[in-house]
Design a protein around this ligand. Structure first.
Ligand SMILES: Cc1cc2nc3c(=O)[nH]c(=O)nc-3n(C[C@H](O)[C@H](O)[C@H](O)COP(=O)(O)OP(=O)(O)OC[C@H]3O[C@@H](n4cnc5c(N)ncnc54)[C@H](O)[C@@H]3O)c2cc1C
Length: 439
């Protein structure tokens, strides 16, 4: 049990500030912490000391950008917010009656914390649909550490293939090392498969002596009959054609039956088949972090079927107006858009909304402003639906690029990512192809 109790900052308390504890420095939590007025003594807790821009994580996997370009220290973002303290700590559970949450700090010490208002915004984690043992062979793209391990696995397989070809190993061994399977045809899987294809065809050409990077075999596996579920059929077809042009073999209507160290077993329209592959990446599902279950247990809520927590128009739990749940783990039904998806704009808008709410700047319920959706396929090729307008190709890519730059935290990161993109998209160079992790 926790040994120490942290109280809100004393000076802030004397001035009558209410104590707001935010769990999770993702898009929702960090936006809220940065926008709350000084009327509140704010504690922002996260189990890591940085905010991660997940939408560009797949570019770390292919070595197009460095981790520091999409990760930013939380503390640095709160430099000019004297009413906000940031602590690296993992929250475990809650005492609803005493308004206390229990945490483990960086370094291992346990402590508890009291709150007047609690905001939980802890996002999602990987989901293997009952096959957690697949995770070791098919890492998922969710954390920076995971992205770096995937980079090591991808680039390491190519290095191993070059060495195998150099020593005259059997062709099946070289082929297995040169085979990549990405599971999941949503935006993450599509972007990852396209980026790997671009990497092999543009950046690595001429760098190998025994291999032709063009021989890299990339398969994208999707259980549904189309890619990019939820996009207009025309854009789904554009994405399919774009990936096929890049050399990606897209398998629709195909399920993964098994994953092991040598590859995957698939079941599709042509029956069951085995694919030998040294690299398997998982982009097929997410579920709320464990903390959502702890919130549900403490505050007497039944999670939705997918584990998310239902919130009302104030983004608070039923019967607990002092507890707000935001971002990916919140299940909010917007009157105009229905149940909101787990995307960054929803999380950011919800963080900004709760800042206005707690500062008495609004009494109206939360309403989502939906600008649209987009996915990048390859160099200068994307699909986008912006305010009902459907775009594909170069224009969609430009919109995608501008939106992602705008969403990145910090001017320096915007600049650095633009330079990396110039390097990648114009010159075809990938500056961060280092194998730094265990494979
Ligand atoms: C690979 C990938 C690509 C994506 N691409 C896009 C895209 O192109 N466009 C888009 O709009 N969205 C995209 N998303 C989704 C988007 O990133 C999420 O919707 C968004 O991050 C949700 O924000 P959030 O604040 O709810 O959670 P997050 O941003 O996930 O933040 C949650 C935070 O909570 C912390 N945390 C978790 N548990 C605990 C705990 N117990 N104690 C303390 N801290 C904890 C985590 O460390 C994390 O910092 C993508 C997601 C992924 C994984």
């Amino acid at each position: 049990m926790p040994s120490d109790t942290l109280t809100p900052d004393a000076a802030a308390r004397e001035s009558g500030a209410s104590s707001v504890v935010i769990v999770g420095a993702g898009f929702a939590g960090l936006t809220l912490a940065r926008q709350l007025s000084r009327r509140h003594a704010v504690t922002l807790l996260d189990r890591r000391n940085y905010h991660l821009f997940q939408p560009l994580l797949y570019q770390v996997v292919v070595g197009a950008i460095s981790p520091g370009e999409i990760g930013v220290a939380v503390r640095g973002q709160l430099r000019h917010r004297p009413n906000v303290r940031s602590l690296e700590a993992e929250v475990f559970d809650f005492d609803a009656v005493g308004r206390i949450l229990n945490c483990g700090a960086a370094g291992g010490a346990a402590f508890s914390l009291t709150y007047d208002t609690l905001v939980v915004a802890t996002g999602m984690q990987d989901h293997y649909f009952g096959h957690d043992d697949w995770a070791v062979h098919a890492p998922a793209l969710k954390t920076l550490g995971g992205g770096l391990r995937m980079r090591a696995r991808l680039l390491g397989a190519l290095e191993a293939a070059e060495a195998a070809a150099a020593r005259g190993a059997p062709s099946e061994e070289v082929e297995r090392l040169m085979s990549v399977v990405a599971v999941g045809g949503g935006p993450t899987g599509v972007e990852l498969a396209g980026a790997i294809a671009e990497l092999s065809r543009t950046a690595m050409a001429g760098e190998f002596r025994y291999l032709d990077p063009d021989d890299l075999r990339i398969e994208l596996v999707e259980g549904e009959p189309a890619l990019l579920n939820g996009f207009a059929p025309r854009l789904q077809k554009h994405a399919l054609r774009g990936l096929e042009r890049l050399g990606v073999n897209v398998r629709l209507g195909t399920m993964v039956r098994a994953v092991d160290a040598d590859g995957v077993t698939l079941a599709g329209p042509d029956g069951e088949m085995r694919r030998a592959a040294a690299v398997v990446f998982w982009a097929a599902g997410v579920r709320p972090t464990e903390l959502a279950g702890a919130v549900a247990a403490a505050y007497g809520i039944t999670p939705e079927r997918d584990g998310r927590l239902a919130v009302d128009g104030r983004l608070a739990l039923a019967g607990h107006p002092e507890v707000h749940v935001l971002g990916d783990i919140a299940a909010y039904v917007d009157p105009r858009h229905g149940r909101l998806p787990g995307v960054a704009p929803v999380a950011k808008q919800q963080g900004a909304f709760v800042a206005r709410l707690l500062d008495d700047r609004t009494r109206a319920p939360f309403r989502y402003r939906d600008w649209g959706r987009m996915a990048v396929i390859g160099r200068f090729d994307a699909v986008a639906e912006i305010l009902g307008i459907r775009l594909s190709g170069r224009l969609a890519w430009l919109v995608w690029a501008l939106a992602h730059i705008a969403y990145l935290v910090g001017f320096d990161r915007k600049l650095r990512v633009m330079v990396s993109w110039g390097w990648r998209f114009v010159l075809g160079r990938y500056a961060a192809r280092l194998i730094t992790e265990a494979r």
